[in-house]
Write a protein that binds this ligand. Structure first.
Ligand code: GLN
Length: 484
């Protein structure tokens, strides 16, 4: 296999054996970018000059630096994480010229290890969407079928990983934005527990839900990347002071006796028959590895999408108030201050972002607050309690990641509700704050990837990774690469 098609741990082993240099793998990745990026459009900004410099630094590193797991590895970063001196747009016109004066915690941790930044990946504007079609700049294509969307909002990161335009990537997940595109692009995407990873330098969308996580070619790589980015950070008060284990230590342990919950509310009418069949087959595979399956109930699942769209839009309307043309970003001059605000925000934000700001402002306004925002917070607690009750019975919960495989570009753009339903199986996980992963579990007859979602208890990414790895190692789905 070409270097660009390999994962972190395979490249790491070759680097450690001195069979290749970081320059070799970086050249391979940029050769791939040159060959396919025109068709995939995963990147808003490709940082070749920085990458060449960073690869040279990794190759020249001595002592303990050379042993760092991510040293010399080309990684793509979603364009909503601040990279000092490098354009960070959130795929929005309003940040179209924003060059951050500071570095996010996750990218600083990677920089400390001498990683190689390949570029900043495309997303739905401010991470609001499920297809990257809400990007102000471009729609990313699904590497398995370029007429289809890669999912979103981290569609650029997932497509870049699947197409070999990087070795691994970071995404962010507020309601499914790591897991859903990972599922649709046939790669691994892990949303850690809320609080596991610092969000300092992540442009805020909905602060009580946002979490950064890895998008990788296999489960071991996800564990390796999670090791690097996890941990309490004094710069993010929502990052939790809990110990970070070595997430790779559990890989390979057997899963005999593990109890797996199958929530009856997640196998619904309207679900694609091939997705349904692949997921059921995956559950049987887990059983053949020694796990036992149990039906569980998450009775408030039906309220998750509505609850999320009240809370996420409310938080977004507050977070996005800062984009007013005064301190940074895009500005349109007006006849007075108010006119400048109005022109800047009208021209700077796209239609989906405006829809969310209006919905959120309405839900928070006096007279409606109790009926919408407060009610949604109460339902959120019920959803969280559902998970807590289920996790008294089982160790993990297994569901499809998405109800359908990747859809065609334009298929849902006129119908926001249909688009919102793309996250019907991932949203509850953010509302409850628990960790969830999507791993490849099959392909449809049209050769489109299907994802299996595995959900764990708070701060128990280890059990999630252990089961994911056991499943992955007994199947070959993760070995397939799209023909580009
Ligand atoms: N698709 C969902 C939304 O549009 C989730 C996005 C995300 O996780 N950032 O809000």
């Amino acid at each position: 296999m070409e270097l660009f098609n390999l994962g972190i741990h395979e490249i790491r082993a070759m680097l450690d054996r001195k069979e290749i240099t970081s320059k070799d793998v970086t050249d391979s990745v940029f050769g791939r970018i040159d060959a396919v990026e025109e068709r995939i459009r995963a990147y808003v900004t490709v940082t070749k000059d920085e990458a060449v410099r960073m690869a040279a630094a990794a190759d020249g590193a001595t002592g303990s630096d050379t042993a760092a797991p991510l040293s010399g590895i080309p990684v793509a970063i979603k364009d909503n994480m601040c990279t000092k001196g490098i354009l960070t747009t959130c795929s929005s016109r309003i940040l179209g010229n924003f060059v951050p004066p500071y570095e996010s915690t996750v990218t600083s941790k990677l920089t400390d290890q001498h990683y190689v930044l390949t570029g900043k990946t495309n997303l739905d504007e401010f991470a609001m969407g499920s297809s990257t079609e809400n990007s102000a700049f471009q729609t990313t294509r699904n590497p398995w079928d370029t007429e289809r969307i890669p999912g979103g909002s981290s569609g650029g990161s997932a497509a870049a990983v699947a197409a070999g335009e990087c070795i691994a990537a970071l995404g962010s997940d507020t309601g499914g934005s790591i897991r859903q595109p990972a599922a649709l692009c046939g790669v691994v995407g892990l949303k850690p527990t809320y609080g596991r990873v610092s969000r300092y330098g992540l442009v805020a969308f909905a602060s009580s839900l946002d979490q950064i996580g890895p998008i990788t070619k296999n489960v071991r790589d996800a564990a390796m990347l999670l090791n690097v980015i996890s941990g309490n950070d004094p710069k993010d008060s929502t990052s939790a002071p809990v110990a970070v284990p070595d997430f790779t230590a559990v890989l390979g342990q057997d899963i005999r006796g593990m109890k797996i919950g199958i929530p009856k509310e997640y196998f619904i009418e309207g679900m694609d028959a091939e997705v349904d069949a692949s997921v059921r087959e995956a559950i049987r595979k887990l059983e053949s590895l020694g796990a036992t399956a149990h039906e569980v109930s998450l009775p408030h699942s039906g309220y998750a999408v509505a609850t999320y769209y009240v809370l996420a839009t409310s938080e977004a309307s507050s977070n996005l108030a800062r984009y007013d043309g005064v301190k940074y970003g895009f500005r349109v001059e007006g006849k007075d201050l108010l006119d400048m605000y109005m022109q800047t925000r009208s021209q700077g934000f796209g239609p989906e972002v405006k829809r969310r700001i209006m919905l959120g402002t309405y839900a928070l306004s006096s007279g409606y607050y109790d009926a919408y925002y407060k009610k949604a917070q109460q339902v959120r607690t019920l959803i969280k309690n559902d998970f807590e009750a289920a996790f008294k019975e089982v160790d993990l919960i297994v569901t499809p990641t998405t109800p359908t495989p990747a859809f065609k570009m334009g298929e849902k753009t006129d119908d926001p509700l249909q688009m919102y339903l793309a996250d019907i199986f991932t949203i509850s996980v953010n509302l409850a704050g628990v960790p969830g992963i999507s791993i490849p579990c099959g392909f449809t007859s049209q050769n489109l990837p299907v994802g299996l979602q595995i959900i764990g208890r708070h701060f128990d990414e280890e059990t999630v990774l252990k089961a994911s790895y056991a499943y992955e190692q007994s199947t070959e789905w993760h070995m397939r690469r799209p023909a580009l």
